[in-house]
Ligand binder design. Structure first.
Ligand SMILES: NC(=O)c1ccc[n+]([C@@H]2O[C@H](COP(=O)([O-])OP(=O)(O)OC[C@H]3O[C@@H](n4cnc5c(N)ncnc54)[C@H](OP(=O)(O)O)[C@@H]3O)[C@@H](O)[C@H]2O)c1
Length: 290
C-alpha cells in the first residue's frame, strides 16, 4: 500500500495505534482517544516501562493491554499510527528500540511526536526514509480535554495524514496547523509555556489581594475563581478579549484605575512580550541541542 493510500485508509477506519511513552501527556491523550471512541482499545498498543496508577486504571477501564509484544505486533498487522510521547532527551536512545514498528509490510506509519524541541529533521534521521512525521506541541490543559495543540508535518505527510493527526489531537482540545516549523519556538513560548503564566497571574492576584487586606485563603479563593471564571467567559463569549475588557471598564471607575497601571508604560504588554521572547529564545537553544 502506498503512503498516500495508507494515510487515507487509516483515516476511514479505526486506526491501529502505538503510543510510545504514556506518562502525563501520553496518558491524557490516550484517555481522550478512548473516551471519544477515536481509538479502540483492541487497536491501541501502549508502550510504557513504568505504568503509573492513572494509566493502570485507564487500562482496566477500557480493557487496554499494556506493553504488548512489539515484534509480534509488527509482524502480524503493524500500526497505522505511532505517537511518540517520551521526554525529548531520551528520544534518540528510545526510538531505535521500537524500530520493528516501522518495518512492517503495511507501510510506514504516520508518526506524531509531541516531544518539545525535537525537530522534524532530528526525528527523520531516527526513522526510515520516507516516514510521514508530524511534530506537535500540546499544552497541559489537554489533561482535561482543553488543550491547544499546534502542529506541522514533513514533506511526506499527505492532506489525509494531517486530517488524521488533527482529529486525534482534537480529542484533547483545539488544533492549529502551522505554516512552517520555524513558528514552533513562538508556539512553545505562547501556548506550550502559557498555562504557567496564567497560574502565575492567579498567584500574583492572590498576593495583591492579601496586601490589600484580605486573609490569604480568601484572596486565593477570589483570585482563582476570577481567573477560571474569566477564562470560561472568554471561551463561551463571541467577543474578543479586548471587547470583554472594555465591557467591564467604566470610565473613571475602579477597573480603569487598575488598567491604567497594567496597560501603562512598561505594563503587562511589555512584560509579556519580554517573557515570551525569553521563552522563544530558550526553545531555540533547546532545539539546537536535540
Ligand atoms: N507536560 C507538558 O506540559 C508537555 C507539553 C508539551 C509537550 N510535552 C512533551 O510530551 C512529552 C512527554 O511529557 P510528559 O510530561 O508526559 O512526560 P512524562 O510524564 O515523563 O512521560 C514520558 C513517559 O515516557 C516513558 N518512557 C521512558 N522511556 C520509555 C521507553 N523506552 N518506552 C516507552 N516509554 C518510555 C517514561 O517512563 P519513565 O517515567 O519510566 O521514564 C514516562 O512515563 C515530552 O517530550 C514533552 O516535551 C509535554
Amino acid at each position: 500500500m502506498t503512503q498516500e493510500n495508507k494515510q487515507t485508509a487509516s483515516r476511514k477506519k479505526a486506526p491501529a495505534l502505538a503510543l510510545i511513552g504514556a506518562g502525563r501527556m501520553g496518558g491524557a491523550m490516550m484517555r481522550g482517544w478512548l473516551a471519544s471512541g477515536l481509538v479502540r482499545s483492541s487497536k491501541a498498543h501502549v508502550f510504557e516501562p513504568t505504568p503509573q496508577p492513572d494509566l493502570i486504571a485507564l487500562a482496566d477501564e477500557f480493557g487496554l493491554k499494556l506493553n504488548p509484544d512489539m515484534e509480534k505486533l509488527a509482524k502480524q498487522k503493524g500500526v497505522d499510527l505511532a505517537v511518540l510521547a517520551v521526554k525529548p532527551q531520551v528520544m534518540a536512545t528510545v526510538l531505535p528500540t521500537y524500530q520493528p514498528l516501522w518495518g512492517g509490510d503495511g507501510g510506514l506509519p504516520l508518526t506524531i511526536s509531541i516531544a518539545a524541541g525535537v525537530s522534524l529533521a532530528s526525528l527523520g534521521a531516527l526513522l526510515p526514509e520516507g516516514t510521514p512525521i508530524i511534530r506537535a506541541m500540546p499544552n497541559t490543559p489537554a489533561a482535561i480535554g482543553q488543550g491547544v495543540t499546534a502542529l506541522i508535518g514533513n514533506a511526506h505527510v499527505t492532506e489525509a495524514g494531517y486530517e488524521q493527526a488533527e482529529a486525534l489531537l482534537a480529542a484533547v482540545g483545539t488544533v492549529v496547523r502551522l505554516d512552517n516549523e520555524g513558528q514552533m519556538d513562538a508556539v512553545t513560548a505562547v501556548s506550550g509555556s502559557g498555562p504557567a503564566y496564567v497560574f502565575h497571574l492567579a498567584e500574583c492576584l492572590t498576593a495583591a489581594g492579601t496586601r490589600a487586606g484580605l486573609p490569604e485563603k480568601m484572596a486565593a479563593q477570589l483570585a482563582i475563581g476570577t481567573v477560571t471564571g474569566a477564562a470560561g467567559l472568554l471561551d463561551q463569549s463571541a467577543d474578543d478579549p479586548a471587547a470583554l475588557r472594555q465591557m467591564v471598564t467604566s470610565p473613571g471607575g475602579t477597573t480603569a484605575a487598575a488598567l491604567d497601571i497594567l496597560m501603562g508604560d512598561k505594563g503587562l504588554r511589555d512584560l509579556m512580550s519580554r517573557a515570551v521572547s525569553a521563552a522563544a529564545a530558550r526553545s531555540k537553544e533547546l532545539d539546537q541541542k536535540n
